[in-house]
Design a protein around this ligand. Structure first.
Ligand code: GLC
Length: 733
């Protein structure tokens, strides 16, 4: 029964589940996997070689998502050397491969089919960075649920998603695949996507196994260059990079993918700290860990493994259960166990986890349950899925600037220009799953033409600019985050001709729009909006959908400001006095970003009252000032009134930030700790309240224990991280 899905506007003030070492409490725990008795029976029967076979994942020859390909996967499966296959789908194809595994091998253990279904399978949704700008957690979950239903109908049981990598690096092409810079928002999104994919029962024929990636901190490569070194303090790692992975695990995710990068000098593919100590021991993770594409072999290039056998030994002993595409496990694990370098107990640990997941997916009951061509036809690219995709794409778009040119009037003559106006292919973005350009009904130009007369000479121009879709995604880092110069020149020339220009952007990373923002009369950030993106852009441009997106990542004025993000520290010399020399500033650029985290305009306007913290106050020691007090495990409520002061209905994401003024380690000037999406009619006023508790104030104190510290706090509420009103309170143990 299809869950009725409304674009409900719901309250979100849930404290994120942070990684919490050193005995401090965690609000949730990893999913417990049911031990299936048939797994023990199988393990008893399996030869050493058959056990190794279950730890091997190869790609089909359908598509390439990594640096190497190998032929002969069917022979490997038939010989029991391979237990899982990626990059292959359709009910018919998977049925044939499954038949070989089940009917032509000694024990008939079914194959697990995996694929990168990260923003849709056939019906493609906005890229993940775009989705995250919707801040619509239920819609994000619904997009994952639809993706799972379409993928499962095509013979797949496993997706390599959610990508949980926090990033403040716009040069990094894979920032497009994640949920931006904020660990709180990222945690809610990774948990929602996990729920969407896995549902409440992995054995159903419309749910698939989620895969938390890339574990861990892959989004912080030095210089923004993909696969580059990652190095940060354990403290910063646990507070700002780890939470989204943990939120997905706490939401029940049962597979994890190791990341290509090293962290603190150890490649993640052999990091006992990451895979055994944090993931399996501290968090209680009972699923399995898979390598990224040839990631085990790459430890030789890292200079961490002497050879392929050494790499296999290091990875298996560090808790990495399955080898994607290195063949290191296939080539060496049997000998490593025979030599004692890897215990058979360790191998059994890996195989048991993998087989328990195959059992949980229902594959031991019916290996062909995902191979129904009729269901595949019925469940993919449905009108309902496309209607959802269109609305969701519109919600993901962010109106960065508007001097009143938008919304356009239906019937007025418009010119639609720019190198991205006619494209359908770029609308799908990278990692487009089984999305096909043929299924894209309209480019942006097509969609606008259906609404209004189009003439190149018109005085009002929609100028569609951006990056080609493959300028972001994997192995797509750039040293510049500017638009191609000819695009900026086109904008300037149109302005010199006296045109009114609304720029629409198709891109996968934060861009330096400092020049374009001076010329454009409006800028709509559309990301790569997916199959229905052309129509969704037109819906927003003509006001059929009032934009409500908010940036989940900061847009700098200049690459020279990077890294720049909203949870920065104050420093000992914050830039306060415009003419001061000895303060933390640049000689050639303001400190502030061009568009801040949480920024996004609407066709209406919203007014915020000052936040109020009702209830008793107490005198701040040593002063004559009074302040509301949060005590121990109690809670405080902070309220604000939001009014739609414009002439059309609109949805606003009311954001709550908190600052701890003094800590045993320095604290950010603000951290997102809650938000609520509300839809208001013109003139409507609504009181929004947030509950503050000590968990929201907690951090890794100087001794690395997790918890709050007493003292003064500020709370900020507004429609963007740089557009807030504040109140104060004290926290007392
Ligand atoms: C790629 C990516 C990873 C993807 C995997 C399988 O190299 O790093 O995100 O899931 O290989 O395609």
């Amino acid at each position: 029964m299809r869950r009725a899905f409304l674009f409900a506007v719901v309250a979100f003030a849930v404290a994120a589940c942070a990684g919490t070492p050193n005995g401090s409490r965690s609000r949730a725990r990893a999913a417990r996997i049911k031990e299936d008795p048939r797994v023990d029976e199988l393990l008893k029967k399996m030869t050493l070689e058959e056990k190794v076979g279950q730890t091997v994942l190869f790609t089909s020859d359908w598509t390439v998502t990594g640096p190497s390909m190998r032929s002969g996967y069917l022979e490997d499966i038939k010989a029991g050397r391979c237990g899982a296959l990626l990059n292959a789908y359709t009910a018919d194809f998977t049925r044939e491969v499954q038949r070989v595994a089940v009917e032509e091998t000694r024990l008939g253990i079914p194959i697990l089919f995996g694929y990168d279904v990260i923003h849709g399978f056939r019906t493609i949704f906005p890229i993940n960075l775009g989705m995250s700008c919707s801040w619509d957690i239920p819609a994000i979950e619904e997009s994952a649920r639809i993706a799972a239903e379409e993928a499962a109908a095509a013979g797949l049981q496993w997706t390599y998603s959610p990508m949980c990598d926090i990033s403040v690096e716009p040069r990094w092409g894979r920032i497009s695949e994640g949920s931006g810079e904020d660990p709180y928002l990222g945690s809610l999104i990774s948990a929602a996507m996990t729920r969407g994919y896995q549902g409440d029962d992995l054995s159903k024929d419309n749910t698939i196994l989620a895969c938390v990636k890339h574990f861990a901190a892959y989004g912080a490569p030095q210089a923004g260059r993909d696969y580059n070194t990652v190095d940060m303090s354990e403290r910063w790692f646990r507070e700002f990079y780890l939470p989204p992975y943990k939120a997905a695990i706490d939401a029940g995710a049962l597979s994890v993918m190791a990341s290509f990068n090293e962290l603190d000098g150890v490649p993640a593919h052999a990091s006992n700290h990451l895979m055994n100590e944090i993931l399996k021991d501290e968090w209680g993770f009972e699923g399995f860990v898979v390598s990224d594409y040839t990631g085990i072999n790459e430890m030789i290039m890292h200079g961490y493994a002497a050879d392929e056998s050494h790499a296999a030994e290091l990875s298996m002993n560090a808790g990495l259960d399955m080898d994607m595409m290195s063949a290191a496990y296939m080539n060496h694990l049997t000998d490593l166990v025979k030599s004692g370098k890897v215990s058979e107990k360790t191998l059994d640990h890996a195989v048991r986890r993998i087989l328990n997941i195959k059992a949980a997916l229902g594959l031991l009951d019916d290996p062909y349950k995902y191979c129904d061509p009729q269901r595949e036809k019925e469940r993919t690219l449905t009108e309902e899925n496309k209607a959802f995709a269109r609305q969701f794409a519109a919600e993901s778009m962010v109106l960065l600037k508007n001097n009143g040119v938008l919304p356009l009037k239906k019937g007025e003559k418009i010119a639609v220009l720019g190198p991205m106006a006619a494209t359908k292919d770029d609308l799908l973005g990278s990692w487009r799953g089984a999305g096909q350009v043929e299924a894209v009904p309209a480019s942006i130009e097509d969609a606008i033409k259906e609404v209004t007369p189009v003439a190149a000479s018109a005085s009002k121009v929609v100028l569609v600019l951006g990056e080609p879709w493959d300028w972001t995604g994997e192995a797509a880092s750039r040293t510049s985050i500017n638009l191609p110069v000819e695009q900026t020149e086109l904008l300037k020339s149109l302005k010199k001709q006296g045109k009114t220009v609304a720029v629409v952007l198709l891109n996968g990373r934060p861009l330096d729009l400092s020049e374009e923002s001076e010329y454009a009369d409006a800028i709509l950030e559309a990301w790569y909006p997916g199959t229905m993106g052309g129509y969704a852009v037109a819906d927003v441009l003509f006001g059929d959908c009032n934009p409500s997106g908010k940036l989940s990542v900061t847009f700098p004025r200049d690459l020279g400001q990077v890294p720049i993000y909203h949870y920065a520290k104050n420093t000992g010399r914050p830039y306060i006095h415009p003419d001061a020399k000895y303060e933390s500033r640049y000689l050639d650029c303001p400190n502030e970003p061009l568009y801040a985290f949480g920024h996004g305009l609407s066709y209406t306007t919203f007014e915020y009252s000052a936040p109020v913290i009702p209830g008793s106050t107490s005198v701040i020691p040593g002063t004559d000032r009074e302040s509301p007090v949060l005590k121990g495990d109690g809670t405080l409520t902070v309220k604000v009134k939001v009014t739609n002061t414009g002439s059309v209905a609109g949805t606003e994401t009311v954001q709550l930030y908190i600052r701890d003024l003094v800590g045993s380690v320095t604290r950010p000037v603000k951290q997102l700790k809650g938000f609520e999406r509300i839809t208001l009619q013109p003139g409507e006023c609504r009181e929004v309240s947030f509950t503050i508790d000590s968990e929201m104030l907690s951090f890794y104190r100087q001794d690395m224990t997790w918890g709050p510290e007493p003292g003064d706090f500020k709370v900020f509420i507004g429609g963007a991280s740089d557009n807030v009103k504040e109140a104060s309170f004290r926290y007392e143990i």
